[in-house]
Unconditional design. Structure first.
Length: 132
């Protein structure tokens, strides 16, 4: 009788340890997925900014590009240029990946050479997904 009781206690403790291990692994997997999505979103946002800066370098009157899907990807990128006090412009660029959004705003100095980034910061988005 005691052997059966000890076996049941060992089985109970083993199942508790296994459930704790599975819970821990699920939390780690969730965090790893969230981190991967965030890194992907940052890379897409950087790509949008790089494309917009390259376009500004070619054409100082560039006004931005409409949202475009990336081939084989779950995301899209966009940009918008707004004039400030000449020769400065505000460049907004962003990305959408799945249901997540990220955007950045940079102040750009347009010179005879390549555009110079004066400031760069992440921006907050409104509930409708637009940048203020």
């Amino acid at each position: 009788g005691q052997v059966l009781l000890v076996a049941l206690v060992v089985l109970l403790l083993t199942s508790i340890a296994a459930s704790l291990l599975v819970s821990s692994l699920m939390v780690r997997l969730r965090l790893a997925r969230a981190e991967a999505i965030e890194i992907h979103l940052q890379a897409l946002t950087d790509a949008a900014m790089a494309k917009a800066l390259a376009s500004l370098a070619r054409d100082a009157s560039f006004s931005g590009f409409a949202p475009e899907l990336l081939a084989g990807d779950n995301g899209s990128i966009w940009s918008r240029v707004e004039p400030l006090v000449p020769p400065r412009v505000a460049l907004m660029a962003g990305a959408i990946y799945g249901d997540r959004r990220r955007s950045v705003r940079a102040e750009i100095l347009l010179t005879s050479g390549p555009p110079k980034v004066i400031s760069w910061a992440a921006t907050r988005e409104r509930a409708d997904g637009n940048v203020p």
